[in-house]
Design a protein around this ligand. Sequence first.
Ligand SMILES: N[C@@H](CCC(=O)N[C@@H](CS)C(=O)NCC(=O)O)C(=O)O
Length: 242
Amino acid sequence: MAAPTDLSGKEKQILPAVNIQNLWVGQLAVAGIMPWMTKLILYSFRRCPYAMRARMALLQAEQTVELREIVLRDKPAAFFEASPSASVPCLLNDSEVLDESLDVMKWALERNDPDGWLDMPEEGWDWIARADGPFKDALDRTKYAPRYPGVDPLEHRALAATFLADLDAQIETWIFDRETLADHAILPFVRQFAFIDKSWFEAQPWPSLQAWLERYLASEAFGAIMPKYPQWAEGETGVPFP
Ligand SMILES: N[C@@H](CCC(=O)N[C@@H](CS)C(=O)NCC(=O)O)C(=O)O
């Protein structure tokens, strides 16, 4: 590993033009300006709720990655090579491939967890398991009913609603007494469900849940994980995120 002061000619030329104070070292690594830094690559898709929660944890943990925006109907060969499940998100670091969004969240926060998101009650994992399991199943059968022949979307909307009513009863401002991993693991899926039929969602008696979602959608962090990214193409460098 080269010492940070041991700059090649190219780096010497580039560095004075960069306002280093405004950049994370990870962004410099992605930009190729500090090549001795580990380069992290995130295959992502803007609207995928799993990728959204991974990006939220990376943002919170201030872990800069090279983001490669994937279009799911046009997956590049490099993505198939990287991701065993061919699903987003997929994070590559120098020693491993993280192909599950929750693993990406944990990995990022284990490196830097300024607000203690990982320090949540054990029950947080139960909420996440209910959201990722029965709630997500019901969400998909409500939203994408034609993909599930013989399935009644209204029946599944009612199943999803039982979970959301329980969550509404649990939330004051957050699921627990402060923001934790559970909030950010679940919020993208509640967003996805809410937008199936926004007026129906808003008419439900879930004031705490609705306010929780509204705060998320209006937050600076949400804006920071949702810019439109250009589709990544083989041979290109992706964009630094965050
Ligand atoms: N368990 C995975 C699920 C990820 C997932 O299913 N992502 C969807 C997009 S939202 C995907 O990539 N699907 C593959 C496809 O549509 O081809 C995780 O948590 O990361």
